[in-house]
Design a protein around this ligand. Structure first.
Ligand SMILES: Nc1ncnc2c1ncn2[C@@H]1O[C@H](COP(=O)(O)OP(=O)(O)OP(=O)(O)O)[C@@H](O)[C@H]1O
Ligand SMILES: [Mg+2]
Length: 264
């Protein structure tokens, strides 16, 4: 059985792709089965996983969606199998969204058909909410990971994120900066509003993130020991606990009480 983890945010540039790529690379580094599905027409996450060229075809490419996912699954230098968005256009994105909305089990069915190893965690990168595809992918997920940038925009849009995900989002603060009192105040407000749904890990603002992106390498490979790399290690441990099947009853059951077991 696959575990579907959808990464969302209501703020643009929140760090969804960054968190998705580095978390996936960290899991792959630890030899845990993982894959990334890109449901963002920007079609750019491949670069964060080490691909040098833009993926021409992917799940959002006209003529591919919703069939033929096996044909677009590709390996990446970071060891993370990737289903890229591929080149696309507005009508194709709209019809993909319509398909997902009408066929709520379709996403999981397509992923199951790929024959990925049992227990594979599939991390789904999305477009900024509100977005039909992101919302459908969140509804289908075992765990919804909301990235909340610790900025005024992040704080202002946090309520929208919580509403859009029907209260299911586990939120990780990103871009925290301990040396800024404004940032500390915003983090406090975000935590107060999120309560138990705030993941007990934060990701610091760190130049290593931009450097890793520029080099097309993950933090675990390019900047091990950096603050952001350590934050991703902690986030991965949290995710392992939050999505570990506990009693053989299956991932869905295990993740139903994810909040209770996620270190709270
Ligand atoms: N913790 C961090 N420290 C420093 N820079 C970061 C951090 N997180 C993200 N960034 C930078 O912020 C920018 C936006 O990040 P990213 O592309 O992951 O966000 P996104 O939510 O996927 O954005 P989009 O709305 O464009 O899809 C990138 O340049 C990235 O390198
Ligand atoms: Mg992105």
């Amino acid at each position: 059985m696959l575990t579907l983890i959808t990464v969302v945010s209501s703020a643009g540039g929140a760090g969804r792709s960054t968190v998705t790529a580095h978390l996936a690379a960290q899991l792959a580094h630890g030899a845990y089965p993982v894959a990334v599905l890109e449901l963002d027409a920007q079609n750019s996450i491949g670069a964060l996983l080490g691909l040098r060229e833009t993926c021409k075809t992917g799940v959002l490419t006209p003529g591919v969606a919703p069939d033929g996912w096996r044909a677009v699954l590709r390996e990446t230098p970071e060891g993370v199998p990737l289903l890229p968005a591929g080149r696309t256009d507005a009508p194709s994105v709209a019809s993909f969204g319509q398909w997902l909305r009408q066929d709520t089990g379709g996403l999981r069915r397509q992923l199951d058909a790929l024959g990925l190893p049992a227990g594979t965690r599939v991390l789904v990168d999305t477009q900024r909410l509100p977005d039909v595809i992101a919302q459908a992918a969140a509804a289908a997920a075992d765990l919804v990971l909301g990235v909340v940038p610790v900025t005024t925009t992040g704080y202002v849009t946090q309520a929208d994120l919580m509403t859009a995900c029907a209260g299911r989002a586990q939120m990780v603060p990103n871009l925290t900066a301990s040396n800024s009192s404004l940032n500390n105040d915003l983090l406090h407000l975000i935590r107060a509003r999120g309560g138990d749904a705030i993941v007990p890990v934060r990701i610091h603002r760190d130049d290593a993130v931009g450097m890793a992106a520029a080099n097309g390498q993950s933090l675990v490979r390019a900047a091990q020991g950096s603050q952001a790399a350590l934050d991703i290690v902690h986030l991965e441990s949290w995710l392992q606990r939050a999505t570990a099947p506990d009693d053989g009853a299956g991932t869905a059951a295990a993740t139903a009480n994810v909040r209770a077991r996620a270190g709270k």
